[in-house]
Each structure stands twice: as structure tokens, then as C-alpha cells.
Design a protein. Structure first.
Length: 65
């Protein structure tokens, strides 16, 4: 097992506001309505991150590759 104590480790959060997630959920096929809302509250704000990136500030098609 690799020892990480001599390496710098960063926690990076990819964030998106709930209203934008709901909008994206509504236009994507195969998504059960309300699924985004439930998953958002399981993950949002749970960790203190070194960097947070807001995916609502860039074009959606970049992130949905």
C-alpha cells in the first residue's frame, strides 16, 4: 500500500446549486423526478474542501461528457 503522508492531498468539491440541478434533471431522460433533491442533501456541505468548483458557472455540456 502506498504511503500518503509525504504527499499533498487536496479535497476538491464539484458543486452545483440545487435549483440548477433540478433544471438539469428535468431535461435529462431517464432521471426520476426528485432524485436530485434527495442526493443533494446527502452530499452538499458535508466536507471542508480545499477548492470548490461551481459547475453552474460553465456550460452544462462541458460537464456531461
Amino acid at each position: 500500500m502506498h504511503n500518503f503522508r509525504h504527499n499533498h492531498i487536496y479535497l476538491i468539491e464539484l458543486f452545483c446549486p440545487l435549483n440548477e440541478l433540478n433544471r438539469r434533471e428535468a431535461v435529462r431522460e431517464g432521471k426520476r423526478p426528485g432524485q436530485t433533491h434527495l442526493q443533494y442533501f446527502l452530499t452538499a456541505g458535508r466536507w471542508i474542501c480545499d477548492l470548490t468548483l461551481d459547475s453552474s458557472l460553465v456550460q452544462t455540456k462541458i460537464w456531461l461528457v
